[in-house]
Write a protein of this length. Sequence first.
Length: 351
Amino acid sequence: MSDTSLVKISDKNLRKTFLKTFGWNESFEACWASLESADLLPGRVVGQEKTHYRVQLSLDLILPGTLFGKDRQTPEAVGSLASPLIPAVGDWVSVQPDPHEMKCKIQSVLSRSNVVQRTRPGRDERVQVMAANVDSVFIVTSANEDFEILRLERFVNAAKESGAKPVLVISKWDLVADEEPFLLALHKTFPNIETHFISQKSPQSLEWLNTHFGEGRTTLLVGSSGVGKSSLVNFLVGQEIQKTQETSNDSKGRHTTTSRDLVRTRFDGLVIDTPGMRDILSNEMENETVDFSDIENLILSCKFSDCGHLTEPGCAIQRDLKSGDLPRARWQAYREFLQPAAKSKNPRRRV
Ligand SMILES: Nc1nc2c(ncn2[C@@H]2O[C@H](COP(=O)(O)OP(=O)(O)OP(=O)(O)O)[C@@H](O)[C@H]2O)c(=O)[nH]1
Ligand SMILES: [Mg+2]
Ligand SMILES: [Zn+2]
């Protein structure tokens, strides 16, 4: 870490500006006050890809963050709501910066104001936190075959359950020949949900975004792959920071975005881009290549940090495989994911 970065993150005024800009509020402040925080700094998790985190520590400093040190401790939860042990994007965390290695260690997760989560249907009903401390959720769907009212309803309900405000964003409006069926269906099912029709080709259709974002407000984008979430993020930031890509026509689909990223918009406020997700009720076939957080979280509770998950005592994977809580197929998929070169009769599907 350069000396200037160190000065910046320890400067009180700069810290204040950073915190305000990134959505810090009184309840985080209260939570922070309860911490023994002499050598810790508050940061917001702005990136998550599997167990790799990126933590924003000042307006212009983001450090890679690890969950635990050699002692493999999971971070401590502070406060009550959800008492998270595993941070998600959007979480406020306390970190110990490591100036030599240019990284930081996540020590604790501050009490969340809310979480948006998805459910894996099945007998164990696993839930997976998509993002924490979210004010609104843009449910993005393109005005083509992706448009499906029942699915949108599930997203709207998940947003409502989280306490965040759902906003329907119907994208690629430039491709629509007949607007009527979309308008009718939306009006019938979601008369009270804020709805916007956007096209990246029409600046007018994007004007409402000027007023949506206020300082520190966090908006999460969800929706299928290829509906234009990252294109929207690029517009909001005013720069091509996220890769976007034409979706393939071979019905296999593919994810252009593979991580969850929180960035600051040029309208103030923050936006979280996510990998495409067709449904909030995930079925096992979807997103397997990009999201194994259920397994990674499980591995954290194996007794030994170098557990091979075969015959070691205290292995959480073996335990859950035995009980059936972890389906064998999913474990297999995870192992194939780690060794993509391994030949498999059933190549992993990319959705
Ligand atoms: N015609 C039209 N195309 C658009 C619009 N917005 C985005 N696209 C195109 O749609 C394709 C997919 O856009 P992305 O922004 O990568 O989609 P995404 O939702 O981020 O996809 P994932 O990262 O895979 O989840 C790109 O080729 C974009 O240029 C729009 O308003 N109109
Ligand atoms: Mg994307
Ligand atoms: Zn194990």
